[in-house]
Design a protein around this ligand. Structure first.
Ligand SMILES: Nc1ncnc2c1ncn2[C@@H]1O[C@H](COP(=O)(O)OP(=O)(O)OP(=O)(O)O)[C@@H](O)[C@H]1O
Length: 589
């Protein structure tokens, strides 16, 4: 998936490639039985619907002139039965197809979601999330219809076409040839209009994807929008995207209508011509019953042709969508277990950076020849200017990104050679964004350790001083919080995230600005609880408020792609270097 913004169209202009349709066969094959049954039901239903005009012909040409009431009665009975059978099998087919269509959607979405969960931070850093959503929701919807109903309808319409032609020829060969005379003209029109029609529908999906991406971004940033009173400007951007969507839709509809209009016109003209020829031949050559029957077939003959031309369009779009979907399923998992990865055994918590060089984009190094040795149980603080690389250092311990060169070792094990699960399961990470999921507070604390008891959860909350405010909430630990924790203050969110991290009982603890939104009084209380918890664990603490990290065993001042200063608070204060300046500046503040 290309790097992309909300207002940049995705490329859907690849030529029709049957390869994607064949690959989609995997999803269809799982429902082979139901698909075949649907096809059989459709064929029976179509055949039943087609006997009607032939029965009318017999009634008008034979039963009525001979006043054969018994025959008329039997023909009416057969007609009624054929209509009922046609309805019955068509309903059955619809039911089956709904099941198959939904099952295909389910399977593709499942595969997509499982893959999305494995993709690295880097993937999400680069893409508008709205466009990912469009692929998982809209594209999969469109594709599923093409893969289920589309394929069945395609076979069915061809079957219909042949069947109608057979019935028509059984009525009268000459008149049938008149009806078919419009086909070459239709093909010319289709060949001229189709490429434009295909481009127009691809444009619709691009514009709708852009609109979704902007909508998603706007909802995420709504509070900032209102705080900066950007509503008018944003409405303009949205309206612009909306207008583009509207115009692209109208254009696509116009090209589709053109095909529909052409088919209708051609069919009207050929049926008119057939009546002219038919009336001129009326008499012993062509009877009135035959003319009525063949006109009924003539009208129907053009329906499958129109349907097939629409289906062609559906398939063209489906292939383009499938390509996007498979592109995402094939998106390489950049941070993955090595083929021979082993389980990281239970760790003590030693961490080593051995000559590590890292860059996010492959061009500018954030860390260069970075070396660090941390003993199990040590508490390490990372301080330094904004953008120096503190978060990057801790992200590399959890292997959220692959390093360019060097090694990161945990207890002497190179982390690129152990499974991600065994590594991350032994680490407690609290990132800058204390994300809260929708559900109860209890669910949120239990997030990383599903087997934790309520008592353990309450104990963790007490340790991080979250128990008091949680108990005061309307339903205590069972209070429902919204996605992103909109009912909680920033500090409360951080305390819940703290409890969540501590509950997972990690050997290595990473706290990235974990206490930035907690007031000084709560933080003092929290520090007491934390001191006990940090005992026996290796911890990496990033904090801009230096009072919170004063007691750490070692403080690293990160700047210039490496460690500029290292030592305890007292040692660094004595050095009177960067840390000293930072600390005294904060004291003065
Ligand atoms: N996902 C990313 N993609 C590309 N560059 C990034 C990414 N994340 C961070 N950077 C860049 O890497 C550098 C180090 O960022 P990092 O977040 O590690 O700094 P930091 O010291 O933690 O900053 P802060 O104190 O502001 O949190 C910065 O120049 C930043 O622009």
């Amino acid at each position: 998936m290309a790097r992309n913004r909300f207002d940049v169209d995705e490329t859907l202009e690849t030529p029709f490639n049957i390869k994607h349709l064949l690959r989609a066969g995997v999803y269809i094959k799982r429902h082979k039985q139901k698909m075949i049954l649907s096809l059989v039901f459709s064929a029976i239903s179509a055949a039943c619907a087609l006997v009607g005009p032939k029965l009318i012909e017999t009634a008008l040409n034979v039963a009525v002139p001979n006043r054969d009431y018994k025959m008329l009665f039997i023909l009416a009975g057969i007609m009624l039965l054929s209509i009922l059978l046609s309805i019955f099998f068509s309903v059955k087919r619809s039911r089956y197809m709904t099941v198959v269509g939904q099952a295909i959607i389910y399977d593709i979405r499942k595969d997509l979601f499982e893959h999305l969960q494995r993709l690295s931070f880097q993937f999400y850093d680069d893409r508008p999330h709205g466009k990912i959503l469009t692929r998982v929701i809209n594209y999969v919807n469109s594709v599923s219809d093409a893969l289920s109903n589309g394929i069945i309808n395609f076979i069915l319409e061809i079957f219909n076409l042949i069947l109608i032609a057979v019935f028509m020829f059984m009525c009268d060969v000459r008149l049938s040839l008149v009806v078919m005379a419009g086909i070459p003209l239709f093909l010319i029109i289709v060949l001229v209009i189709k490429p434009a029609q295909r481009r127009a529908w691809q444009d619709v999906s691009n514009k709708s994807s852009n609109l979704n991406a902007y909508l998603h971004e706007s909802l995420d940033g709504m509070k900032i929008t209102q705080a900066f009173t950007r509503e008018e400007e944003n409405a303009k951007i949205y309206n612009n995207l909306n207008t583009k969507m509207y115009k692209s839709w109208m254009k696509a509809q116009y090209t589709s209508n053109l095909v529909w209009f052409s088919v209708n016109n051609i069919s009207t003209w050929v049926v008119g011509a057939m009546y002219l020829v038919g009336f001129s031949l009326l008499g012993p050559a062509v009877q009135i019953g035959t003319l009525i029957a063949i006109s009924a077939y003539a009208w129907r003959f053009w329906q499958p042709i129109l349907q097939l031309s629409n289906l062609y369009n559906t398939f063209i779009n489906a292939v383009a969508y499938l390509e996007r979907i498979f592109e995402m399923i094939d998106e390489p998992v950049l941070v993955d277990d090595a083929p021979d990865a082993t389980e990281l055994p239970p760790i003590k918590g030693d961490v080593t950076f051995d000559d590590v060089t890292f860059s996010y984009d492959g061009s500018i190094n954030v860390l260069e020849h970075f070396n660090l040795d941390v003993k199990a149980g040590e508490s390490i603080a990372l301080v330094g200017p904004t953008g120096a690389g503190k978060t990057t250092v801790v992200n590399l311990i959890s292997r959220f990104y692959n390093i360019n060169s060097g090694r990161v070792l945990v207890d002497g094990h190179d982390i690129s050679k152990v499974t991600l699960h065994s590594l991350r399961a032994q680490m407690g990470i609290m990132l800058q964004d204390s994300f809260i999921f929708s559900g109860t507070i209890m669910d949120n604390i239990r997030y990383g350790r599903l087997d934790a008891t309520d008592e353990e959860i309450i104990a963790a909350a007490k340790t991080v001083r979250a128990h008091e405010f949680i108990s005061e909430m309307p339903d205590g630990y069972y209070t429902q919080v919204n996605e992103r924790g909109s009912r909680l203050s920033q500090g409360q969110k951080q305390l819940i995230a703290f409890a969540r991290t501590l509950l997972s009982d990690p050997k290595i603890l990473v706290l990235d600005e974990a206490t930035s939104s907690i007031d000084a009084k709560t933080e003092r209380l929290l520090q007491e609880g934390l001191q006990a918890l940090l005992k026996g664990r290796t911890s990496f603490i990033i904090a801009h408020r230096l009072s919170t990290i004063k007691n750490c065993d070692r403080i690293l001042y990160i700047s210039n792609k490496g460690i500029a200063e290292s030592g305890s608070h007292d040692e660094l204060m004595e050095q009177k270097g960067h840390y000293y300046q930072l600390y005294t500046a904060q004291l003065e503040e």
